[in-house]
Design a protein around this ligand. Structure first.
Ligand code: Q46
Ligand code: ZN
Ligand code: ZN
Length: 320
């Protein structure tokens, strides 16, 4: 297989695009694609300040690498979740993220959730009714709250995450199976900002996970290989596997599924009676927007944790 650009030996063959490229041209092609999507979906400009949510994984570190190569003002934010039993997932991902930032002279904010809330994610999940003790629902809530808090407090225009096409197609698949119109209306490359909520963008939403993996490896980015231990058995992983089977037999199926959805949404398929206009209120404790008057879900969860553990000594171990 030869590179379409130069005729040298290709190292990546993308059946879905009918395109094979050598290392040099692949490392140029991915950032050029990302730049194209940033412009196409009006994600941000070179004048705006971008906060990249980095987890230490291949997608978020590669996104940070690409944005800085493209000349954008992109700083990183790492949230230490305190998921350290067994694999030392949080400590290791923080180490790799800090190493990445230091090696490139990039600015990285680190927020320790245990210091912010008094508890790690597994501890918060233990005392919360959300997700029946499984930490992912609590984790999602904490991440959304803290990413938005830092973006607002430090003055970033936009929050960028490393969701790739496989992530987006799996979420879309799950929401379509249940026709969750409220979620479908919010899914897309850009979620516009509202008062108190930063604009959220996904510059990798049209890049396959496999393509991001190849980018990280060819670029020599050191990332955490292990998944979060709580990811095991997640429905989204099952949906990814189903979509991978379709993709295997029909290259490009995932991209077609996602792009057809975006086109349907653009042409008003989900609008009209489904359009949801929620009145937002400021949480009296943290000031972040919330749908009902009173404390937001994050502050309520932290308060409940404090009440439940009042008078109980905290068995804290070594945390990142
Ligand atoms: S980090 Fe958090 Fe994920 Fe781990 S606890 Fe679940 S949501 S699986 S992306
Ligand atoms: Zn080439
Ligand atoms: Zn609050």
């Amino acid at each position: 297989m030869k590179c379409r650009m130069c005729g040298q030996k290709a190292v990546v063959n993308m059946r879905q695009h009918k395109l094979a490229l050598c290392k040099e041209h692949y490392l140029e092609w991915i950032p050029a694609q990302v730049e194209r999507f940033i412009t196409k979906y009006s994600m941000f400009t070179h004048e705006e300040k971008i906060l990249v949510a980095v987890s230490g994984g291949k997608d978020s570190l590669s996104l940070w690498d690409i944005l800085t190569r493209l000349g954008y003002q992109a700083d990183g934010l790492y949230l230490c979740l305190g998921i350290d039993e067994g694999l030392h997932y949080s400590s290791e991902s923080q180490r790799l993220t800090e190493k990445f930032a230091v090696a490139r002279g990039l600015k990285l904010h680190v927020v320790n959730i245990q210091q912010e809330t008094g508890a790690t994610i597994p501890e918060l999940a233990h005392t919360s009714l959300r997700g029946r003790g499984k930490p992912c629902s609590v984790c999602g809530l904490v991440k959304r709250h803290e990413l938005n808090r830092v973006a607002r407090d430090v003055g970033y225009d936009v929050l960028a995450t490393g969701h790739n096409l496989d992530d987006e197609a799996a979420v879309l698949f799950g929401n379509t199976l249940t026709w969750s119109v409220e979620y479908l209306l919010r899914q897309g490359p850009v979620l516009p900002g509202t008062s108190g909520l930063a604009r959220k963008v996904k510059p990798l939403c049209r890049i396959y996970e496999r393509e991001m993996l190849a980018y990280a490896l060819l670029r020599g980015i050191e990332y955490i290989y292990e998944e979060c231990p709580f990811a095991e058995g997640a429905t989204s992983i099952y949906h990814k596997e189903l979509l991978n089977r379709m993709e295997h037999d029909h290259p490009g199926a995932k991209l077609t599924f996602y792009l057809s959805f975006l086109e349907a949404r653009r042409s008003g398929f989900f609008s009209g009676e489904h359009e949801i206009r929620q009145e937002l209120h400021a949480c009296p404790k943290c000031g972040q927007p919330t749908s009902a008057p009173g404390l937001c879900s994050f502050c309520r969860m932290v308060e409940k944790r404090k009440e439940t553990t009042a008078g109980v000594s905290d068995p804290s171990g070594k945390r990142c």
